[in-house]
Design a protein around this ligand. Structure first.
Ligand code: SF4
Ligand code: SF4
Length: 114
């Protein structure tokens, strides 16, 4: 395949039925504003943790929404709960509370100790 100068990428279909959406459901149950996220990235642009590490709240929001929890499970530790992103969000998402609830949900459903 390589002799043509390209390869065929593996399919990357998302099967929502197989993903674990308990973390997302727990967050929207307790912080409905999370539904309003449009993944604009404003929160990531203002995030102090994101300045120094490969941490992006926008990315975590998208992954949690899809039920792809592996990266959020480890990366949430980097958030300092400073709340800067909450001031920036144009959709009025209480992002600080979203992170707090996500940590709580991982602890509850995933035995994930912070
Ligand atoms: S700033 Fe608000 S709307 Fe934009 S990605 Fe962050 S949480 Fe979502
Ligand atoms: S609360 Fe967390 S995600 Fe938001 S700006 Fe502060 S460190 Fe970044």
């Amino acid at each position: 395949m390589d002799k043509f100068g390209f390869t065929i990428s593996k399919g990357r279909q998302i099967n929502y039925d197989q993903n674990d959406r308990r973390i997302y459901n727990y967050i929207i149950e307790n912080e409905p504003s999370f539904r309003n996220c449009i993944a604009c990235g404003g929160c990531s642009g203002s995030c102090s943790a994101g300045n120094f590490t490969r941490f992006s709240l926008r990315e975590l929001n998208i992954l949690i929404n899809r039920g792809e929890n592996d990266l959020p499970r480890t990366n949430l530790k980097k958030c300092m709960l400073c709340g800067k992103c909450t001031l920036i969000c144009p959709r009025g998402v209480n992002t600080r509370n979203v992170v707090f609830l996500a940590k709580q949900a991982f602890k509850r459903f995933d035995s994930y100790a912070f």
